[in-house]
Design a protein around this ligand. Structure first.
Ligand code: PLP
Length: 382
């Protein structure tokens, strides 16, 4: 019903993934499997909603429409069994805006903030650049599968005010289990931490894995960031939401949302967000089937052709985590070979934290033909 195979030329649309290659990698003619958006057209329902919005010629300030809230409430209940009807909600331009405001609202310079590295680079940066103390609970790499070191987590939680959770986890591909989340929730409650739960990849979960919003286990201390940016390929739409059962927690964050005048949303973002959650579920189901097949193909091909590259089991997200350390060359040499010999742009692992040194992240949210080409290009150097 939906076409994920067609190669759509994204060059000259101002997209970071292609048009930003020159700035980031120094060359523009690389096959980009780096930044986390997908090379697929958005759902026809989203396209229609945007066309409808564009047909009205006035784009003034927005007021958070009840339709957006309804769509979000429906979606969380329908997909994740989370009832957010009576929760408080803010609209913001992005999850990283929500995170930066949360750090401003709930911590002071010098106070500890806990993250689980390797993790999405802005988690590190948002803490460091606001002069908070970065506390790192390194994930344990257990033969490629990442587990939480709870003893270390609790030791660091004693010193922290805020914990930033990434679930599903970018880049290691974990969807944390109910038991893991329960343990995290208990430790955070015991040591009076606030949880900022980044659930942007929540809808991108495969096999028998299930996404569990941690707010269900720790509603009084949790702020949950959600957005259709990843699952519906809307990262350029500038619209995300922050949800909490605890009005005071959210109100403190909203202080900055109002101060910086980012609370009114974006006309197109609101239309796309609403159409994603209220009308595009069958598209998402089809996407999940396509991504799962891409993942299985990638794992199969890599095992046959590149047995020295170890892939972490991938429970969720469209981002594969490749351990290249068996080649025994530096990470910069790996990236150089990928770029100059394979003509590929992938993310260097160390940008996710020192635990990622010697790894690379590969985005398989692309037509199968692109993935096949990328795998074949790897042969030029590995
Ligand atoms: C875990 C995670 N959080 C947040 C983002 C970015 O979200 P936003 O653009 O809404 O800040 C990404 C993008 O890759 C991500 O992987």
């Amino acid at each position: 019903m939906y076409d994920f195979d067609t190669l759509i030329d994204r060059r000259s649309t101002g997209c970071f993934k292609y048009d930003g290659l020159k700035q980031i990698y120094g060359e523009s003619e690389l096959l980009p499997l780096w930044v986390a958006d997908m090379d697929f057209a958005v759902s026809p329902q989203i396209q229609a909603a945007l066309a409808r919005r564009a047909s009205h010629p006035i784009f003034g300030y927005n007021f958070r429409l009840p339709a957006l809230q309804e769509a979000l409430v429906y979606w969380q209940k329908q997909r994740h069994g989370w009832d957010v009807k009576d929760h408080h909600l803010s609209v913001l331009p992005s999850l990283m805006t929500a995170l930066a405001y949360t750090i401003m609202a709930h911590t002071q310079p010098g106070e500890g903030i806990l993250i689980q590295s390797p993790v999405y680079p802005p988690f590190h940066n948002s803490v460091k650049e606001q002069q908070r103390k970065l506390l790192i609970n390194s994930l344990i790499n257990d033969n490629g599968y990442y587990r939480i070191d709870f003893e270390d987590f609790e030791a660091k939680a004693r010193e922290a005010k805020l914990f930033i959770l990434c679930n599903p986890h970018n880049p290691v591909g974990r969807v944390f289990t109910q038991d893991e989340l329960q343990t995290i929730a208990e430790i955070c409650q015991k040591h009076k931490l606030i949880i900022f739960s980044d659930e942007i990849h929540a809808d991108l979960v495969f096999d028998d894995n299930k996404h569990n919003p941690i707010a269900q286990m720790a509603e009084e201390i949790t702020l949950t960031g959600i957005s259709p940016a990843k699952s519906f390929n809307l990262a350029g739409m500038g619209t995300a939401a922050l949800i909490s059962q605890n009005k005071q927690l959210l109100k403190a964050v909203d202080h900055y949302n109002i101060l910086l005048h980012t609370f009114m949303g974006n006309s197109f973002g609101i239309a796309a967000f609403t159409a994603a959650y209220s009308e595009s579920e069958s598209w998402l189901e089809a996407l999940l089937g396509y991504l799962k097949a891409n993942r299985d193909y990638l794992f199969e091909q890599m095992a046959i052709k590149f047995p020295r590259i170890k892939l972490s089991p991938l429970e969720g997200t469209f981002l594969a985590w490749l351990d290249m350390r068996d080649y025994d060359i530096s990470e910069s040499e790996i990236i150089r070979k990928l770029k100059e010999e394979c003509r590929l742009a992938l993310n260097a692992g160390s940008t996710f934290g020192s635990e990622g040194e010697g790894f690379v992240r590969l985005n398989f949210g692309c037509p199968r033909a692109t993935l096949t080409e990328a795998i074949s290009r790897l042969k030029r150097a590995f």
